[in-house]
Design a protein around this ligand. Structure first.
Ligand code: NAP
Length: 398
């Protein structure tokens, strides 16, 4: 009988063999991608005697058309109540109160880690010479930075007032015709993110954690993120990890915690990707970095993501691409981003064998050159298949 996933003692999930998992099909190409993904999840789970009871919930344009609400309370309640969920891409409403539905879901459920593993599947077309060297896991802070910031528009009374306060109380001369943005970065937000990254490195036998920041320019937000990270290593992980300055870059058998400025990082992930393992970074840096890295290993059609709160047990796994409206309903696009987000979800549930099976089956499809349009246009002698056919091809190779 289907049951809910619950949070056990010590923060571990209790996962029944027949869990109820809420899902959002997604707007645009979600209509094509979801069914192709679900058959893969169901077949992989069934191999190990598991069965997911999928509970459909609404968000995005589909929700708006049916309920008049872009993000109905029932959807948030379902994710909150069932702990784990998965979603396809959502249309971001233009205008109106919600900046982005994805950001709203992350903030309401306090999903403070955006987890983006970036690895190469042999045979995937790539613009770089050695994509196989890319094997990184990005921990992007998900609740702060400019995404939780305040912006005031140029020429408004709010901007005028803020400029006046900043002049009178902080001695800060700002051009009168400026818009202004303010971003918060806290000890709480930074340490819980970096804690999760170091714990991941411990649990997965990773060698290093790089703190990526722009602290040379923004000392009290980005620079402080770096400092708080090194403090945390000493406070909580001294037996298993060591900061660069405390070991001269020679960590012995401990995990090396180092830091890198964001701009040079975007260069070095291209020129020497082998130097990067787990990356912990602030929200905006993480946004740039995860898309830049995804490009090296096959683009956003194949890049998965998860939004997680390791304390409450909540996790929402999601496609990292958008709704690609021009392809919606054509049964054309690559469903791998949602499928690999499901792989992350399976790993999170402790269903590791089923997760590895799906990865191997995707690798086998690519080795057989059975791929969707996005890869087919870059591969020689490829057999281009539809979105649904690609899902079935994975099932056939499980
Ligand atoms: P997009 O939907 O990500 O599409 C941009 C391009 O990426 C597509 O034209 C296509 O490239 C490629 N692409 C996207 N999905 C793919 C897939 N499954 N397989 C293969 N290729 C894929 O970005 P957008 O057109 O800028 O945004 C459209 C809507 O999505 C907007 O409403 C936006 O706000 C929203 N959005 C949602 C999310 C989310 O829910 N996570 C994220 C980003 C954007 P080619 O044209 O080269 O084939």
């Amino acid at each position: 009988m289907a049951e809910k996933i619950t949070l056990g003692a010590g923060g571990a999930l209790n996962v029944p063999d027949e869990p109820v998992i809420p899902f959002v099909r997604g707007d645009g190409t979600g209509i094509d991608i979801w069914p192709a993904s679900q058959i893969v999840f169901d077949a992989a789970a069934a191999k190990y005697g598991k069965k997911i009871e999928w509970k459909e919930v609404l968000a995005g344009e589909t929700a708006f058309n049916q309920t008049g609400n872009w993000l109905p309370d029932e959807t948030i309640d379902a994710f909150r109540d069932h702990l784990i969920g998965i979603k396809g891409p959502l249309t971001t409403p233009v205008g109106g109160g919600i900046r982005s539905l994805n950001v709203a879901i992350r903030q309401i459920l306090d999903l403070y880690v955006c987890l983006r593993p970036v690895r190469y599947f042999p045979g995937v077309p790539s613009p770089v010479k050695n994509p196989e060297k890319v094997d990184m896991v990005i921990f992007r802070e998900n609740t702060e930075d400019i995404y939780a910031g305040l912006e005031v528009q140029e020429g408004t009374p709010e901007a005028e007032r803020l400029i006046k306060i900043l002049k009178e109380e902080f001695g800060w001369d700002i051009r009168a015709d400026s818009g202004i943005g303010i971003k918060p970065i806290s000890i709480t937000g930074s340490k819980r993110l970096i804690r999760a990254a170091i714990q991941y490195a411990i649990d997965h036998g990773r060698k290093s954690v790089t703190l990526v920041h722009k602290g040379n320019i923004q000392k009290f937000t980005e620079g402080a993120f770096r400092e708080w990270g090194y403090d945390l290593v000493k406070e909580e992980f001294a037996d298993v990890a060591v900061g660069w300055d405390d070991c001269g870059g020679k960590p012995g058998d401990k995990i090396l915690v180092k830091d890198n400025i964001a701009d040079i990082t975007l260069q070095q992930v291209l020129t020497r990707p082998e130097d990067f393992d787990v990356i912990a970074t602030t929200n905006l840096n993480g946004d740039y970095l995860s898309d830049a890295l995804a490009a090296q290993v096959g683009g956003i059609g194949i890049a998965p993501g998860g939004n997680i709160n390791y304390v409450t047990g909540h996790g929402v796994f999601e496609a990292t691409h958008g709704t690609a409206p021009k392809y919606a309903g054509q049964d054309k696009v690559n469903p791998s981003s949602v499928i690999l987000s499901g792989v992350m979800m399976f790993d999170h549930l402790g269903w590791h064998e089923a997760a590895r099976d799906i990865e191997r089956a995707i690798e086998a499809c690519i080795a057989d050159r059975v791929v969707t349009y996005d890869f087919a246009r870059l591969m020689e002698k490829a057999t281009e298949v539809k979105c649904s056919e690609f899902g079935q091809a994975i099932v056939d190779r499980l």
